[in-house]
Design a binder for this molecule. Structure first.
Ligand SMILES: *Cc1c(COP(=O)(O)O)cnc(C)c1O
Length: 288
């Protein structure tokens, strides 16, 4: 494949806990880090087999998803189009500079246009300009990406009882759940707030036949908003780097790792279980 994994999934212990392992998705590939590699590789490989000319997707100005998609598409010989929430006149972020360098055509959407991205009439209009392109959902939610996410098990220690993972679209969570050994409990940490108790996420999981007792969501760790960590989460990430030399990103992993540290401090049972937390990558977004 064209975006082959460059390194096996290794683990780093989280001191001082003896029961927690960090599964280092951030080290899988120098560009397409973490879960984006597992999600995009099977989807783009399918697109190539079907002679699809390119891919089109949507994201923010620091989007890990568009960044990984642009690189992966280029590596796979596919064209790519990114619809970005923002204005043409704004200075390009390092994320978008990379996307452009890798050949992604960028179109900027106003806040109102961006909010319509999940409506039925949004994509047909863009697909008129880019006929036969594959529309890749934000976050990659698709059968291929969900299937690809089962690859995390390569790097999860066999004695693991609890797996903790950050949640955006829930694609990674779904893939883990569908391929999890029966006795392993999976916990998702949403990186965005949802006043509706994450009912949409739960419904998506249910549509795949995943029952609610199979997983738990640690709510209340979404920080001030999507893309922004709280001061506590930021301090935690700085300390974590000082202690372990492992960087955490502000959008997802600072929130998930902070959540686990909080839960460990209050839950004695959790301290007795073998826990694996997935480092899903995203460090490109730290550049400002
Ligand atoms: C995209 C991303 C996620 C979210 O993954 P989903 O499969 O969409 O839930 C988590 N962590 C990082 C670092 C990401 O870039």
């Amino acid at each position: 494949m064209y975006i082959a994994q460059q390194s096996p999934l290794i683990q780093t212990p989280w001191y001082p806990y003896r029961n927690v392992m960090v599964v280092r998705g951030d080290l899988l590939h120098p560009v397409v880090s973490g879960n984006k590699l597992f999600k995009l590789e099977p989807m783009l490989s399918m697109a190539r087999n079907q002679n699809i000319p390119g891919v089109i997707s949507v994201g923010g100005r620091y989007s890990n998803h568009l960044h990984a998609l642009a690189f992966a598409a280029k590596s796979s010989g596919l064209k790519s189009v990114g619809l970005v929430s923002g204005y043409e006149q704004q200075e390009l972020t390092p994320t978008l500079t990379d996307c452009k360098r890798w050949g992604m055509s960028l179109h900027f959407l106003s806040r109102e246009q961006f909010q319509q991205r999940n409506q039925d009439d949004f994509w047909p209009v863009w697909l008129q300009d880019y006929p036969n392109y594959l529309h890749v959902n934000e976050g990659g939610w698709s059968e291929q990406s969900i299937g690809g996410s089962s690859q995390w098990w390569q790097g999860i220690p066999v004695n693991t009882e609890v797996v903790v993972v950050a949640v955006g679209s829930g694609t990674t969570l779904a893939g883990l759940l569908l391929s999890a050994p029966e006795h392993v409990h999976i916990i998702g940490v949403p990186a965005y707030k949802d006043p509706d108790d994450y009912s949409e996420l739960r419904a998506k999981l249910k549509s795949l036949g995943i029952q609610e007792h199979r997983y738990r969501l640690w709510q209340g760790y979404a920080g001030p908003k999507f893309g922004k960590a709280s001061a506590e989460q930021q301090d935690f990430a700085d300390d974590f780097y000082r202690m372990h030399r492992v960087r955490l990103d502000p959008v997802y992993t600072s929130k998930a790792f902070y959540a686990l540290s909080q839960e460990l401090s209050t839950d004695a049972q959790l301290r007795r279980q073998n826990v694996a937390i997935l480092h899903t990558g995203g460090l490109q977004g730290l550049r400002r």
